[in-house]
Design a protein around this ligand. Structure first.
Ligand SMILES: [Mg+2]
Length: 388
């Protein structure tokens, strides 16, 4: 098995929504296609990857460093002992001459490529990724369905409390029972009114509502909001301070008794380990949200899972950011706690298979080989255009 060519491009995933830090008016995303010499039905088997959402495209790093290094690797050096493509072997080649630390955009570029290699390897094996992965890195009995929650509740121009409630009702109608909304983009008084409006839609059950600050608060505001929202008993209080401010998170965890979630902007094993060492995260209630697509791919995510296990954490405490098919497979195979979902947002890249049905906040996986981009028609069209 040999890689014949790698193609890279950019798609807009822009939107008028806004969280406490950024608007998404110019958000875009890198996509790659890795073409192999394996032929099926007269066509080469191709692996695809993209960089989740929330970080911009990383084309420059892909074109100048990651793709040339991958193509320079001896084809046999990417294969395991049984002669099959082993995506984890690409790491040493694509990371050649890269210093440690400062992960940022580089981890995004490597993550896109890593996703495409895992898609390719499981397609060549004619297995959906979650089964392929469960056999190699899990216990061989993947979950058949995955918990998903609907992330929305963004700020948008002219959006009223009624609009917010209608949005949440739509999520419930689509089969989600747990929903998430943004906070921290206005003052506490208005945010509490927004939170209470959503709790009303949830028939008063605040344990089905998560709130997300997107890293906006300083310690004083984190504690002030924490005191105000603790009595509700929310699903979680997410990314409250700067993602790398472990001391803030640790102090918050001493005061806020409900679950805390964070990690979507930690892009490496080292950063995730520092969160566990210094961030005060509590393995009995808190959640780790590292997004495998943004953080050097599944290869690095497997290392993060090992680290968590060493520190006594269950894989069920992990619910990745991103709302994409790659993490859905990973969640099923590695028995994570679930996966995010953004119904209708970040198209064409985000979301699950076109026919996917969410029931009681769980979604099943399909038997499509690989990650299953082929069963997401609008996105597949864009991906195919990369190499045909
Ligand atoms: Mg978030």
């Amino acid at each position: 098995m040999k890689i014949i060519s790698v193609h890279e491009g950019v798609v807009p995933i822009s939107s008028s929504i806004r969280n406490a830090w950024i608007d998404f008016s110019s958000m875009d995303c890198s996509i790659v296609a890795v073409v192999s010499d394996v032929m099926r039905d007269g066509e080469p088997v191709v692996g695809y990857g993209f960089n989740s959402n929330g970080r911009y495209s990383a084309g420059e790093i892909l074109r100048r460093r990651i793709i040339p290094r991958l193509l320079d690797a001896e084809p046999e050096s990417l294969l395991s002992e049984d002669g099959q493509l082993d995506p984890t072997r690409a790491w040493d080649f694509v990371m050649k001459n890269e210093k440690p630390g400062g992960h940022g955009e580089r981890s995004v570029a490597v993550g896109v490529m890593d996703m495409a290699l895992f898609d390719l390897a499981s397609k060549i094996a004619e297995q959906p990724l979650y089964r392929w992965l469960s056999d190699r890195h899990g216990d061989g009995t993947p979950d058949e369905k995955v918990f998903v929650y609907a992330a929305g509740g963004y700020y948008a121009p002219g959006k009223t409390l009624r609009d917010l409630q209608d949005e949440m009702k739509r999520f419930l109608d689509q089969g989600y029972s747990v929903v998430k909304m943004k906070i921290g983009g206005t003052d506490l008084h208005q945010d509490l009114a927004r939170i209470e409006a959503v709790i009303e839609v949830l028939d008063g059950d605040a344990s089905r509502l998560a709130v997300d600050v997107n890293g906006r608060f300083d310690l004083a505001t984190a504690l002030e909001y924490g005191r105000a929202i603790e009595p509700y008993g929310l699903f979680w209080y997410e990314e409250v301070g700067d993602p790398l401010d472990y001391q803030l998170n640790a102090t918050l965890s001493e005061h806020y008794r409900g679950p805390i979630a964070t990690g979507e902007n930690l892009f490496s094993l080292q950063d995730a380990r520092n969160l566990i060492r210094y961030g005060g995260m509590r393995p009995d209630r808190d959640y780790i949200q590292v997004d495998p697509a943004l953080s050097y791919g599944l290869t690095e995510y497997l290392r993060i899972q090992d680290m968590l296990k060493q520190h006594g954490w269950s894989s069920r405490r992990c619910i990745p950011h991103g709302g994409h098919q790659f993490s859905l497979h990973i969640a099923a195979a590695l028995k994570l706690g679930g996966n995010e979902s953004y119904p209708g947002e970040f198209q064409p890249t985000g979301g699950f298979a076109d026919g996917a049905v969410v029931q009681d906040s769980y979604v099943g996986l399909t038997d499509t080989p690989g990650i299953g981009f082929e069963s997401k028609a609008a996105f597949y069209k864009v991906l195919r255009e990369l190499h045909t």
